[in-house]
Write a protein that binds this ligand. Structure first.
Ligand SMILES: [Zn+2]
Length: 299
């Protein structure tokens, strides 16, 4: 399984001299479980450059776009995804609806005339929608599992398995706090809270179990532990929680993702260094690396 990162930044694009090494585009990851299958994880601004590369294809592009959720940083690149404007291409967009609002409406609304010059119905490619909740399904020989995670907006994590290799993508997720989950302003939807509350013991073991023994875990690491104390219930993790999930799940490699827009390249270097130091005292020691735009990995 091959993957390439096209956007690794959370919340808002962050161009500038302090973010050139890790990149400032919002989430988008290209995954090729086998040579015939193209999965695209999220449609943040990084998808625009991926689209430019796909436009060079001499054969029609057929791809599956898996949306973790539809907050802006995960869909705002879609209107700039040029392969959707070519008639011979076909895309299947997979994700959750939101309190009865269909996925198609959520995506197409951001291209209404007051927001964008080209409307969704004018796209020439064939575009299919598949609405899922927690689910297991196959795309060719690849198995996809979806789980709701602790972030507002019906946010999904994905586990992608091909042969004996597994990759887990959890872009936006916060440690679940059972006592406070019902009383906060930035509410995660009740059906998702209930899924966490059903867990015996630590509710976050739900995430660790989902990632169990994966070859790679790509996880939200937006904050440092100090920053997280002041940003509880924003829906994101500090790197230490990402590390804890990777250790508990016994994954081989942790990729720190959804970098905070307030973090410079040097800040991210410091986070990775701290991660490596903290790993020395852990019973299981996954490799820990930061996601970076243009980084290509093999699972
Ligand atoms: Zn996000």
């Amino acid at each position: 399984m091959k993957l390439k990162f096209w956007g690794v930044r959370g919340s808002i694009p962050t161009p500038g001299k302090d973010t050139v090494r890790y990149g400032g585009n919002t989430p988008c990851v290209e995954v090729r479980p086998d040579p015939e299958t193209l999965l695209i994880l999220d449609a943040g601004t990084g998808i625009s450059k991926l689209g430019d590369e796909l436009m060079l294809s001499e054969i029609p592009v057929r791809a599956y776009l898996l949306l973790s959720h539809t907050h802006w940083d995960h869909i705002e690149g879609f209107p700039f995804f040029n392969p959707a404007m070519k008639e011979e291409n076909e895309f299947t967009i997979i994700g959750s609806s939101h309190n009865g609002i269909p996925l198609r409406s959520i995506l197409s609304d951001q291209m209404r005339a007051m927001y964008f010059p080209l409307q969704f119905d004018e796209l020439k490619a064939k575009i299919n929608f598949r609405t899922i909740e927690e689910d297991v399904f196959s795309i060719g020989s690849t198995k996809i599992e979806a789980i709701y995670v602790n972030h507002p907006g019906y946010t999904l994590g994905f586990r992608i398995t091909n042969g004996n290799k597994s990759l887990v993508y959890i872009s936006d997720n916060e440690p679940f706090n059972s006592e406070l989950s019902d009383s906060v302003m930035n509410k995660v939807e009740k059906p998702v809270i209930d899924l966490f509350k059903k867990v015996n013991g630590n509710p976050n073991s739900r995430i660790a179990e989902f990632a169990r023994d994966a070859d790679m875990l790509i996880h939200d690491s937006m904050f440092t532990p100090g920053e997280y104390k002041r940003r509880e219930f924003w829906g994101h993790s500090d790197y230490r929680f990402a590390l804890q999930m990777a250790v508990e799940a016994r994954v081989k490699k942790l990729v720190l993702f959804h970098h905070g827009p307030h973090h410079t390249d040097d800040d991210i270097d410091a986070i990775v260094q701290n991660c490596k130091i903290e790993l020395q005292n852990q019973p299981h020691r996954p490799e820990c690396i930061p996601a970076a735009e243009g980084l290509e990995l093999q699972v």
